[in-house]
Design a protein around this ligand. Structure first.
Ligand code: HEC
Length: 112
């Protein structure tokens, strides 16, 4: 009798873990959605200066066609004041390193 109980307990735990495992990817996808919306909004603010087409105005360099590595390098240099600029030091200091990674990756792929 006690053995049967142990088997049921084992089966219940196994089933529970399987259900949990099956749900995990679904939850991860749901959590990503607001995250993406946030980064799209941040990138939209970049284009208020870097022009809507990303082509760049007179004194503001274009973001179009820049590689992920180059953007990340510059944003990090502005953030750490290794590169002195007029506006970008202040903007990049407001970004975390993880945010710089995401923004650079998205811009490097030409995303808006
Ligand atoms: C208020 C206007 C403004 C906003 C907003 C802005 N930038 Fe800039 N950006 C500039 C200016 C001006 C420069 C030239 C460097 C300087 O003087 O700050 C520049 C330079 C850059 C450069 C260097 C490009 C090159 O080829 O030298 C990158 C990369 C960059 N910005 C990325 C961004 C990103 C990413 C955002 C959004 C998080 C952003 N910028 C938001 C004005 C802006």
């Amino acid at each position: 009798m006690q053995m049967t109980c142990k088997v049921y307990k084992f089966l219940f735990i196994t089933l529970f873990l399987q259900i949990l495992a099956a749900w995990t990817p679904v939850c991860a996808v749901e959590e990503q959605a607001p995250d993406i919306a946030y980064f799209r909004l941040v990138i939209a603010t970049c284009y208020t200066c870097h022009s809507a087409t990303g082509a760049g105005a007179d004194t503001i360099p274009p973001l179009q066609g820049l590689s992920e590595t180059y953007i990340k390098e510059l944003l990090t240099a502005y953030k750490t004041s290794r590169e002195q600029a007029t506006i970008m030091n202040r903007i990049s200091k407001a970004l975390t390193d993880a945010e710089i990674d995401r923004i650079s990756a998205m811009l490097g792929r030409g995303e808006r």
